[in-house]
Design a protein around this ligand. Structure first.
Ligand SMILES: N[C@@H](CCC(=O)N[C@@H](CS)C(=O)NCC(=O)O)C(=O)O
Length: 328
């Protein structure tokens, strides 16, 4: 078995906002030994190779454009957003103002609406040093509640997808917490870990927010019911495991829960059981400016894959890339 680099490649040691630059000559086939680590435990050790699809070229960003063959998928991914009254679209303390384009600084991100710039801000609390770790899957209503709150709190999360029959992270949750139940959260900053979506929400809001749970997440049965209904239009997506290679490094996805374009990408990350650091960029998030400065444009989803060196916009092409690169 060949081994790239030395020592153990740990998913939990993934650094959050360290800029990643990839020389293009790195886009070549590599053989590596995988040893995915979370907390104190290791999951898999296999020899696999990773490379982008042949002649891969990242597409140009096309904001708010639906690729024709993805239209019906994207429309069905809008439904959850309506049912959940846009929870997870706006960061905590969201506010906006309109600024005329000629008065707006050219190096600042804003959404342009017919020649006027929509300047958005939020009020977010203390940032944790390390990303929160969450074991979950896309089509679970209780997991959705937690994804909504991390978008609102603007928290970055290292997601360990747990699709049905997933060989890696479902057993890991049992090892860590004692039972197979989702979502399961680990906060490496405080050593706290827990099951139960409502407890996780309360903990996150108390630790990284202002202590107030947004109304749409505090209605008990009604919250659970609407999260369940929100799953219906995409019920088979992001649920079952598709055999895939487990990469040594988590992928990085700039996204947020309220975006249908991001949702269809997340579903595939879950089905392929690909650990990913989700950099939350809900409306009003200061991280929109960070991505804007990094690549000269803001649009989500934006994928960075440190296993192949690929960085790309465009949901439909990201899905094709993920399937081509990781499906076994
Ligand atoms: N064609 C792109 C569209 C993605 C898109 O427009 N995403 C929205 C979020 S739902 C966005 O980033 N808008 C820019 C903004 O909000 O400033 C795709 O399929 O990925």
């Amino acid at each position: 078995m060949a081994m790239a680099g030395s020592g153990t490649l740990t998913l939990s040691q993934f650094s959050l906002h360290r800029p990643i630059s990839f020389p293009t000559n790195k886009l070549q086939r590599t053989r590596i030994c995988i040893r995915a680590v979370s907390g104190d435990t290791e999951t898999t050790s296999t020899s696999l190779s990773f490379s982008p699809p042949p002649n891969f070229k990242p597409p140009e960003p096309k904001p708010f454009k639906m690729r024709p063959d993805k239209k019906s998928e994207l429309l069905s991914a809008v439904l959850p957003l309506i049912i959940r009254l846009a929870t997870g679209v706006f960061a905590s303390g969201y506010s906006f103002s309109f600024v005329s384009k000629d008065k707006f600084p050219p190096n600042e991100y804003a959404l342009e609406l017919s020649g006027t710039m929509l300047k958005e801000t939020s009020k977010i609390g203390a940032r944790p040093e390390k990303p929160i770790e969450i074991y979950e899957f896309e089509s679970c209503p209780f997991c959705r509640k937690v994804r909504e709150i991390v978008a609102i709190l603007d928290l970055d999360v290292l997601f360990y997808p747990c699709p049905r029959n997933g060989p890696n992270f479902r057993p890991k949750v049992v090892q860590l917490g004692g039972k197979q139940q989702f979502p399961y959260m680990v906060d490496p900053n405080t050593g706290v870990s827990m099951y139960e979506s409502d407890d996780i929400i309360r903990y996150l809001v108390g630790t990284y927010g202002d202590g107030n749970i947004p109304l749409t997440l505090s209605l008990g049965f009604l919250t659970n019911l609407t999260c369940g209904l929100a799953m219906l239009s995409r019920i088979t997506k992001g649920t079952k495991y598709t055999p895939a290679k487990l990469p040594p490094k988590p992928l990085k996805l700039w996204a947020y829960e309220g975006s249908p374009f991001c949702k269809i990408v997340r579903e595939v990350l879950v089905e392929l059981e690909l650990p990913h650091l989700l950099v939350n960029c809900a409306r009003g998030s200061p991280k929109r400016q960070i991505l804007y400065e990094k690549v000269g444009h803001f649009q989500v989803p934006f994928l960075e894959d440190p296993n192949t060196g690929i960085e790309m916009f465009e949901s439909a092409e990201i899905i094709e890339y993920l399937r081509a690169t990781y499906t076994l």
